[in-house]
Design a protein around this ligand. Structure first.
Ligand code: ATP
Ligand code: MG
Length: 526
């Protein structure tokens, strides 16, 4: 929405207007793209210094006549450049400069009520007729005309330039306003971005989605399955779910299902009665019983045996379990959150995981993306871990070098956030008294991280990103391998055709295919 009064009040515009007014007694008005005059109040027209113009707009018909002219000559972009036009109806010339905002025609700056050629207008029949129609006498008209300053021939270009300047000032102001507004909405958006949820850090869109999901499931008691690679924060999420739920004042129990053999796990989860097996010297409460009323986090659920899965399913379905060696089942109210880094669907296909248990657990699914897929979180995670370390040690806060950050952004992070946390801690320790964490402190697997090279493939205009390690030779080889591999696929493995395309002999192509291990059978298996 354009605010025309902002333009009218612009200091430069005011100054330009006063120059055109004092030199030539010309008035400046703004027409919008529909031909409506935007700087004259129809109900209460302001007083202009040009007497003739004042007489026109003071009469109720006056502004109608001007707007009619604008509709005919300006509206909808009828002018595309600075245009001189006689104001046919009133016999006054109009200088119109179009205004383009964001490349769209948005109206015009109009200079009017000046005389381009001295004397000519004074006897202008049309002008007299219009003014008489508006209710003025010849004497009124004569006295108004006496005040008008003609524009000398040599000044016309200056006059034009000044009016054009007003239009360009308006365009510049609009650009600035738009830029500022964009900046404001950008800042606003960033404020809306959550950088953390409890102890979870991350501003990437996937983390935002995760936070929103956590907010939604806060009040429910549904079972949750959290899937994600090692160290992606599954346990942290489970805790966030518990501590934001109505069960937050009750216990949060964690059990890693892969840590025990089956018998021990069963006794751990469900408890046992005295004498039920060797070593069961007294009754023992199981974790399900301990977790009653709270949340039970079953970690690494993919490592659980099929027979244990049946027992867990029973707790989920009936809320009951039987301690080892007991005869009576016990009833509990426990919210279960399960986590795994395994591909459960694949396990189901192989018969290693019960499908019914999967559906029972997977009421709400949270899949945590690996760190390499949300690299925009790396800088704030690094900052967070440096901060955390500083708080723990009380030593001066260290800074990370740009080079280190670049390597961390490129690294593949098989151990995800845990690996990042350990890396930062390690670097801080190794840095000793140095305040900057430099590349030399990086562990070797990260120091050797691959650089990426983006190349355009000839002809296709397509961009390919190639990862390489080390020297230029390595980069060229990586590029060669990539071109051949892509070429083979796009040419349907026709080596003669591809050799021609790449401008090398067929024999040379075959030897390269062998060297890079790109022959069809091997590639198909990968
Ligand atoms: N988004 C995060 N922000 C800050 N710290 C995180 C985040 N995600 C994980 N961490 C930290 O990384 C470490 C690993 O997290 P967690 O134990 O929750 O991961 P996990 O997925 O359960 O790992 P695993 O599969 O190895 O059991 C913890 O120290 C945790 O505090
Ligand atoms: Mg874990």
């Amino acid at each position: 929405m354009l605010n025309w009064s902002d333009f009218d009040n612009l200091r430069v515009v005011k100054r330009l207007k006063s120059i055109t007014s004092s030199w030539w007694n010309a008035e400046i008005i703004f027409s919008d793209d529909k031909g409506v005059i935007r700087n004259i109040d129809r109900e209460k027209p302001q007083v202009f210094s040009n007497k003739l113009f004042n007489m026109i707009i003071k009469s109720p018909r006056g502004l109608d006549i001007i707007e009619e002219f604008c509709r005919k000559n300006i509206a909808g972009g009828k002018i595309t450049k600075t245009t001189f036009k006689d104001w046919e109806e009133a016999g006054l010339p109009m200088l119109m400069v179009p205004i383009y905002l964001d490349d769209n025609f948005s109206g015009a700056v109009i200079a009017t009520a000046f005389f381009a050629d001295s004397g000519k207008e004074k006897g202008n029949e049309k002008l007299y007729k219009t003014m008489r129609d508006l209710g003025y006498t010849s004497k009124d008209i004569e006295s108004a005309l006496a005040e008008c300053q003609p524009i000398a021939k040599g000044q016309l270009d200056h006059f034009k330039e000044l009016v054009e300047l007003i239009a360009s000032e308006i365009e510049t102001l609009h650009e600035e306003i738009t830029m500022r507004e964009n900046k404001i909405s950008q800042l606003n958006k960033e404020l809306g971005t959550r950088y953390r949820y409890d102890n979870m850090i991350g501003k990437s869109s996937v983390m935002q989605d995760l936070y929103n999901l956590l907010d939604k499931i806060k009040h429910s008691s549904s079972t949750v399955l959290i899937q994600g690679e090692n160290g992606t924060g599954k346990e942290l999420i489970a805790k966030a779910i518990h501590y934001n739920s109505p069960r937050k004042d009750r216990i949060f129990v964690v059990q890693n299902c892969s840590a025990f053999n089956e018998n021990l796990l069963e006794s751990e989860l469900f408890g046992h009665v005295k004498g039920s097996f060797t070593g069961a010297v007294k009754d023992k409460k199981g974790l399900f019983e301990i977790a009653n009323g709270g949340t039970f986090f079953l970690d690494e659920i993919g490592d659980m045996s099929l027979s244990m899965q049946v027992k867990i399913l029973r707790v989920l379905q009936e809320g009951t379990f039987t301690p080892v060696g007991a005869t009576e089942p016990k009833k509990v109210d426990v919210r279960i959150i399960a986590a795994t880094n395994k591909n459960i669907k694949e396990m189901i296909a192989k018969g290693e995981f019960r499908e019914d248990l999967y559906y029972r657990i997977n009421v709400i699914n949270i899949t945590v993306p690996p760190l390499r897929d949300r690299t925009e979180d790396i800088p704030i995670l690094v900052e967070y871990f440096i901060d955390k370390n500083q708080k723990e040690t009380g030593l001066q806060k260290k800074k990370i070098s740009k080079g280190v950050l670049a390597k961390l952004m490129e690294y593949n992070w098989p151990g995800n956030i845990r690996e990042l946390e350990n890396e930062i801690e390690r670097m801080i320790v190794l840095a000793g008294d140095d305040q900057i964490l430099e590349e030399s402190l990086l562990s070797s697997r990260m120091a050797q991280v691959q650089q990426t090279l983006t190349v355009s493939q000839s002809g296709s205009g397509q961009k390919t990103t190639i990862k390489y390690t080390g020297t230029l030779k390595d980069a060229i080889e990586a590029l060669e391998k990539d071109l051949i591999s892509e070429g083979l696929k796009s040419n349907g493995w026709n080596k003669s055709k591809l050799a021609k395309e790449l401008g090398i002999s067929r024999a040379s192509l075959i030897s390269k295919v062998e060297r890079y291990g790109l022959d069809k059978r091997r590639t198909a298996r990968v």
